[in-house]
Design a protein around this ligand. Structure first.
Ligand SMILES: Nc1nc2c(ncn2[C@@H]2O[C@H](COP(=O)(O)OP(=O)(O)OP(=O)(O)O)[C@@H](O)[C@H]2O)c(=O)[nH]1
Length: 319
C-alpha cells in the first residue's frame, strides 16, 4: 500500500501540467456556467481536444455526458464533473492489463522511433525485472542508429543484464537469432529486444519485424511473446499517430508512454487507450532506472482530477 501511495503522489505531481491544461479549464467551465447549454458543451469540447484526449475520445465522452444529462435530468453544470470523470474512465477501459511476460519465459519486442526514450525504457524495464530476480538478456537489434548499441550497453551494465549484439550495421534478425540462442542456453527469463522503429518506410519496417518474429517463432516457440511500442508523451498527437502506424505493421500488445513527468500532454493516454484499445502498460516518469511505473487508467484519472489539497491528504490516506 505504501508503494501505491507513493506512486499516487508521484503521479499527482508529475501530472501537474496536464492538470493545469485540462482540469483547470474544465473546472472553470463547470463553475462559470449557470446552465447546461450548447456553449457549455462546445467549451468542454475545446478543453478536451486541446488537452490531447483526441477527437474520437472527446466526441465519445461528450456524447455520453449529453446522454446522462438528459436521462438523469441534470441541470447543474457542476454536477457534470463526476459524470465526465467516470466517462473518461469508461472510455479508457481496455479490461484488466496483463503483465504475463514478467512471470513467464518470454521474448519482448520493443519498438519506437528514435528519440522517444526507447533505449532508456528498455534499461528501466531490465532493471525492474532484475529487481524481481529475473535473468534478463537484452538484444541490441536496433542496429541502424550509430551509438544505439553503446547506449544500450550502458543500460545493460546498470541493470546487470547481459547484452547481445551492438555492432552498428549488423543484421537485426541475426542479432535476435543470437540473442534467442543465448536466452535458451542460459535459461533467461526475459529477452528484451531493442528493435528498429523507422516509420518512414513502413513496408521495410513491417518486413523486418516479420522476419524477426519468424525467427523467434521458429527458434523459441515455447516463449511467451509481447510487442511493446514506446511513445513520447510530450509529442501529444504525434505519439497517437505513431501508435496507429505501428498498429498497422505489428501485433501490438501494449504501450509505454515516456516523459509523463512534467508534460502538459498526459491526456494522450486517454486517446491511446480509448481510440486504439491498446493498454498503456507503463509510464516513464523520469530519467533514472527506477522511473518506470505500471500504469492504471483509473488511478491516472483520479490523480489527474484530484484536488490540489489531495497531495497533502495522501500523506495520511491509503489509496
Ligand atoms: N524526463 C524523462 N526523460 C526521459 C524519459 N524516458 C527517456 N527520457 C530521456 O529521453 C532522452 C531520449 O532517450 P533515449 O532512450 O536515448 O531515446 P531512444 O528512443 O532510445 O532514442 P534512440 O536510441 O535514438 O532510439 C534521454 O535523454 C532520456 O533520458 C522519461 O520518462 N522522463
Amino acid at each position: 500500500m505504501a508503494e501505491e501511495k507513493g506512486f499516487f503522489k508521484r503521479l499527482f505531481s508529475g501530472l501537474s501540467k496536464t492538470r493545469d491544461n485540462i482540469v483547470s479549464g474544465m473546472d472553470s467551465i463547470f463553475n462559470g456556467f449557470s446552465k447546461i447549454d450548447e456553449e457549455f458543451y462546445e467549451e468542454l469540447e475545446e478543453v478536451l481536444i486541446m488537452g490531447d484526449l483526441g477527437v474520437q475520445a472527446t466526441y465519445d465522452i461528450l456524447d455520453d455526458l449529453r446522454e446522462k444529462v438528459k436521462t438523469q435530468h441534470i441541470k447543474e453544470p457542476a454536477a457534470c464533473r463526476q459524470i465526465l470523470i467516470d466517462s473518461i474512465k469508461e472510455q479508457m477501459d481496455v479490461g484488466e492489463t496483463a503483465y504475463e511476460f514478467e512471470d513467464k519465459t518470454s521474448v519482448v519486442m520493443v519498438v519506437g522511433v528514435n528519440g522517444v526514450g526507447k533505449t532508456t525504457t528498455i534499461g528501466k524495464l531490465a532493471g525492474k525485472l532484475r529487481a524481481q530476480n529475473k535473468k534478463v538478456i537484452l538484444a541490441a537489434a536496433d542496429t541502424f542508429r550509430a551509438a544505439a548499441g553503446e547506449q544500450l550497453k550502458e543500460w545493460a551494465n546498470r541493470a546487470q543484464a547481459e547484452l547481445i549484439g551492438g555492432q552498428e550495421g549488423s543484421d537485426p534478425a541475426s542479432v535476435v537469432y543470437d540473442a534467442v540462442a543465448a536466452a535458451k542456453a542460459r535459461h533467461a527469463d526475459v529477452l528484451l529486444c531493442d528493435t528498429a522503429g523507422r516509420l518512414h518506410n513502413k513496408k521495410n519496417l513491417m518486413e523486418e519485424l516479420k522476419k524477426i518474429n519468424r525467427i523467434v517463432d521458429r527458434e523459441y516457440p515455447e516463449a511467451f511473446r509481447e510487442t511493446l511500442v514506446v511513445l513520447d508523451a510530450t509529442t501529444g498527437q504525434n505519439a497517437l499517430q505513431q501508435a496507429r502506424e505501428f498498429k498497422e505493421v505489428a501485433d501490438i500488445s501494449g504501450i509505454i508512454l515516456t516523459k509523463m513527468d512534467g508534460t502538459a500532454k498526459g491526456g494522450i493516454a486517454v486517446a491511446i487507450q480509448s481510440e486504439l484499445g491498446i493498454p498503456v502498460k507503463y509510464i516513464g516518469v523520469g530519467e533514472t532506472i527506477d522511473d518506470l511505473q505500471k500504469f492504471n487508467a483509473d488511478t491516472f484519472v483520479d490523480a489527474l482530477f484530484a484536488s490540489t489539497d489531495r497531495e497533502s491528504e495522501t500523506d495520511n490516506e491509503e489509496i
